[in-house]
Design a protein around this ligand. Structure first.
Ligand SMILES: [Zn+2]
Ligand SMILES: [Zn+2]
Length: 332
């Protein structure tokens, strides 16, 4: 089988290796779709440390190719989407933190390959008619849901989402689904703003040409929004969010900043306005909820382009430019 090994920076090499053999309760997934995530791009920009060589890709779907001797052969051929590593659901971290931080999980290779070995429990079986391209977007939706579950949405009438990448657009759609009335999306790219409208934004603004603070203060009678979702991961945008929310407002930090990023904000403002800032790492415990929700909010226009495994370098370059939203590798 072919596997796309990453050797730092933008260096990917397609290598040949054996299709893994599942032991005990392991399974092998034949990958159908593996999305390039913002985190993968940040890794190739050396923003997040990662061992070299490595196989990237943690948003994927496929069919079960083979199973270990402890599992039923009936699983073979079934459609699945998976978390990138298994969680025991019993350790201290699984119980009191999140499945993403399981103390007993083994992190295997990523999904930019033709066949991937996983542990039983990583897979979520899908119905026969489930669209496998959509299924590869369950993981990023789970990231959004685990973050939004931190928000008190009951009295949220007006929310702003900063950034119209996949996580921002899913945030827009989830807020709409939860009944938030005014959803403002701030995004510089026209194509993404249009997609934002399709997915439920009531207003879109361009942060390069519009004055966001002025817009929000006019729109809310100088009060500020109830909720701000920062879906980019830039400290200045997050600091700016503090000025956009009303007293006792909420900020959710979905965008991930590289390690050692400092939050440049006047702590007095934060304290005086009684603003809360929360964040959840990755899919948390929300994978199943995302699986149940995705068909309600999915928009096929989220997927900009598909690439073969051989084209992975090109795919990363296009994904980095970000004209579209999601770039997917189809290794088989
Ligand atoms: Zn991701
Ligand atoms: Zn655990």
């Amino acid at each position: 089988m072919k596997i796309a090994k990453w050797y730092g920076g933008k260096k990917f090499f397609i290598e040949e290796s054996q299709i893994p053999k599942p032991l005990n309760d392991q399974l092998v997934v034949k990958i159908h779709s593996a999305g390039i995530c913002g985190t993968d791009i940040h890794i190739t920009q050396n923003l997040f440390p990662k061992e070299i060589p490595n196989v990237l890709g943690h948003e994927f779907s496929g069919t079960i190719h083979s199973v270990g001797p402890k599992l039923s052969k009936d699983f073979i051929g079934k459609k699945v989407t998976c978390t990138i590593y298994a969680s025991c659901k019993e350790c201290e971290s699984c119980k009191n933190w999140s499945f993403m931080h399981c103390e007993n999980s083994i992190r295997r290779d990523g999904a930019f390959c033709q066949y991937l070995l996983i542990d039983y429990g990583q897979e979520y079986f899908l119905s026969n008619d489930f669209d496998l391209e959509m299924a590869s977007l369950v993981e990023p939706l789970a990231c959004v849901i685990s973050n939004l579950n931190l928000a008190r949405l009951k009295n949220v009438n007006t929310a702003i989402v900063i950034g119209g990448g996949l996580l921002g657009l899913f945030s827009v759609a989830m807020l709409k689904l939860k009944g938030v009335k005014n959803i403002i999306l701030s995004e510089p790219k026209n194509s993404r703003r249009n997609l934002g409208m399709e997915m439920g934004a009531s207003h879109v603004i361009n942060p390069y040409s519009d004055d966001i603070e002025k817009f929000i203060s006019n729109f809310t009678d100088n009060k500020g929004v109830d909720l701000c979702i920062e879906a980019v991961g830039l400290p200045d945008l997050l600091a700016g969010s503090v000025k956009l929310v009303r007293p006792k407002g909420q900020i959710i930090m979905i965008g991930v900043s590289p390690k050692e990023t400092i939050f440049p904000v006047d702590l007095y403002d934060l304290h005086y306005k009684e603003i809360s800032i929360s964040a959840a790492m990755g899919a948390g415990n929300s994978f199943e909820e995302a699986l149940d929700t995705i068909t309600m909010i999915y928009n096929p226009n989220l997927v900009a382009k598909r690439f073969s495994l051989n084209e992975i370098k090109k795919a990363f370059i296009e994904a980095e430019k970000g004209e579209g939203v999601k770039y997917i590798i189809s290794p088989n």
